[in-house]
Design a protein around this ligand. Structure first.
Ligand SMILES: Nc1ncnc2c1ncn2[C@@H]1O[C@H](COP(=O)(O)OP(=O)(O)OP(=O)(O)O)[C@@H](O)[C@H]1O
Length: 278
């Protein structure tokens, strides 16, 4: 089925439309398996609208698996299964009556490694998600949509005079911002980011962090990061995941980021955020 999404008005000096409406995500008792290997055990987490939630924890504790469950990408893996519920503003994204494509459109994902279409123009890269999601953008609104998304992703000024160049011609950090622009074009309500800066240099990392700060006004953000300084800089809330001695990952503690870093309740959280393990 083809859908049409609201595009910016074409008139000059128009106010920019902000069509996205950030939503609260709620995970309720989420467990996950690959075959009979249980990797998450009853994870419940409130991820509020208009805020950035960081998922932190040592390698292999299930952060990426949890993130992929939040937009129904987990089920793409043949051996994968799950239990529990994920609510987007109170509606279960796994409800039988709900289309999987709707969850993927409303809850976008930015990956660790920037993945623009390298031979496709910057302009078409931004619009690529629309086609993939079966969304029709009116021809006369496309220029405005491309400008709007590149502006929100903090890339417009750097690329506005070379929109016909290929995506692969950009630096790694610019490619990652192009991917963010592509995600924004379908007006997601939540943006999931899986270690979006781990392949980037410190300057590009800082630019992405600035972009995250700007975006949280219009899209709920959930980010996985191994970088504790980054979690402290960008997030409002943090959840600390841990899988001890072969047991499935659980959330040991979650709460406002400053409390998690300055006065954690659990000694394992304190040890982790202070770099004593992981
Ligand atoms: N496709 C898969 N098939 C089988 N097992 C998997 C698959 N993906 C992840 N796992 C297992 O699930 C567990 C959790 O992995 P996951 O990648 O979610 O952890 P993580 O906390 O994101 O790790 P990292 O920080 O290293 O990315 C690990 O034991 C991992 O080996």
């Amino acid at each position: 089925m083809t859908e049409t999404i609201p595009l910016p008005a074409a008139a000059p000096n128009r106010p920019r439309t902000v069509a996205a409406s950030p939503a609260t995500l709620e995970a309720e008792a989420v467990s996950a398996w690959f075959g009979d290997h249980k990797v998450l055990d009853r994870v419940s987490l409130h991820m509020p609208a208009l805020e950035v939630t960081a998922l932190i924890g040592p390698s292999g504790c299930g952060k990426s698996t949890f993130l992929r469950i939040l937009n129904r990408m987990h089920e793409l893996i043949g051996s994968a299964s799950l239990a529990g519920r994920v609510l987007l503003d109170g509606e279960d994204i796994y409800d039988r009556g709900r289309r999987i494509t709707r969850a993927r459109r409303e809850i976008g994902m930015v990956f660790q490694k920037p993945n623009p279409f390298p031979a496709m123009s910057l302009y078409d890269n931004v619009l690529a998600g629309l086609k993939l999601n079966g969304i029709k953008a009116a021809r006369d609104g496309r220029d405005d949509l491309v400008e709007e998304c590149l502006t929100k992703a903090g890339l417009w000024r750097e690329v506005k005079d070379r929109l016909r160049q290929p995506g692969g011609a950009l630096s790694g950090g610019q490619q990652q911002r192009l991917c963010i622009a592509r995600s924004l074009a379908v007006r997601p309500r939540v943006l999931l980011m899986d270690e979006p800066c781990s392949a980037l240099d410190p300057t590009s990392t800082r630019r992405i962090e600035e972009t995250i700060a700007d975006l949280k006004e219009e899209v709920t953000i959930v980010i996985v990061t191994h970088n504790m300084q980054q979690a402290a800089r960008v997030s409002d809330h943090c959840a600390f995941f841990l899988a001890e001695q072969g047991t499935p990952g659980v959330v040991v503690e979650h709460g406002p980021t400053d409390e998690m870093f300055n006065s954690p309740q659990d000694s394992r959280t304190a040890d982790y955020v202070n770099g004593r393990f992981g």
